[in-house]
Design a protein around this ligand. Sequence first.
Ligand code: GDP
Length: 197
Amino acid sequence: MEIKTARFLMSNSSVQKCPDPNMPEFAFIGRSNVGKSSLINMLTNHKKLAKTSGRPGKTQLINHFVINDNWYLVDLPGYGYAKVSKNQRNKFQAYISDYIINRENLYCLFVLVDCRHEPQKIDMEFIEWLGEKQIPFALIFTKSDKLGKNQLHSNVAAYKKQLRKTWEELPPIFMSSAETGFGKEEILNFIAETDPS
Ligand code: GDP
């Protein structure tokens, strides 16, 4: 798939206020600083569609973008940022989980993990929870340009091994780099194939 048009539609903090679920939706989530905004900008050929920020935890809203006038891309808040207050964290986690569980047109949630790190507890717990709730998801290993090929593949293999402890079947897995554009075609093709419209 080629992205011809990408435009910001709205930001909000509740699934009830999201746009009508009249088009397929693909959402992106991950820990703060994982490279989510950079990946969204890379996929959509924009420099500033999603706001990259050196300040983790800044995007705390559900951000809708309309792509090619026929699907929604959603930028979700980063989870697990320690510096927001616990109360604030619980509050935004509640509306994110509410969105994930109840958004009827959510075809796939892309969970981003930094390829340089070992499986982190917070990510594994989140993935477990997605399984319990039967949410369709895929994994994207970001910042792949930061590792050599062998190290990258061995890190991904370690992650898979960890996942196999609880999952019989692994989710779709992608690697990406916002720097080089690596992974772009594969991710966009996956979206095109997942969307039956
Ligand atoms: P977000 O908080 O998840 O939206 O993360 P950002 O997209 O703002 O990226 C966080 C930091 O990682 C920024 O300094 C980016 O320049 C850097 N970054 C993001 N993606 C990549 C990547 O693919 N390769 C490299 N080398 N750096 C990246």
